[in-house]
Design a protein. Sequence first.
Length: 254
Amino acid sequence: MDAIGVIALNAFRETLRDKILYNLVLFAGLLIGLSVLLADLSITEHHKVIADMGLAAINLIGVIIAIFVGISLVNKEIERRTIYTIMARPISRTFFILGKYLGLALTLFVNMTIMMAVFLATLWLYHVPIEQSLFQAVELIFVEILVVTAIALFFSTFTSTTLSAIFTLGLYVIGHLTADLRSVVANGESGGVKAVVDLLYYLCPNLEMLNIKGQAAVGILVAPEYLLLASLYGVMYAGVLLTSACLVFQKRDF
């Protein structure tokens, strides 16, 4: 277990040294600032626009970091050939994958904390009520980002960086569309299409389940039971992906 902590801290320090993180956090601040400018154009929905775009900015930047840093966690070690040095040590490959994941999760948590602080400061400066629903939305955004990170890490264990990015982004988009697609084809005549959509619905992550930004922006709280269920779903799905990533990585030859 100590090995996981060491690998996680090293991954955390390495990702913090990556300038892309600072650029993305700065970009998130600019997006939140832009939401204020757009809100000034909307007299009737001033508060909603600022809250909605602020949450969207946090979500967008978090997903970008999760995808583009997550896919490089393993591939970067392989490209630099440092993986051979690491594997030569008495370190379990499972501990290596888990440590890398936890290190990135810690990085994402720190970046989301910074973005959340900027967001709350923006709300306070423009006298927008800080509702509890906003914190609920950010919690599920973080759970979604943990799932996306697990997806990126899973694909990076057996594909190239480019393919990992394409597959992760594709699964992210599908994860937000499967529920709607299933509703559309529910009463359709084509049994084949319905079967394919049902398969995608059960295999792919239901990321829309973690999306409550719209309700949160207008101050609508979700039930604690739903919040707990959605969080457990996301954590369990991430756990399945991490387990699969460990099994795949165990079989790779270096």
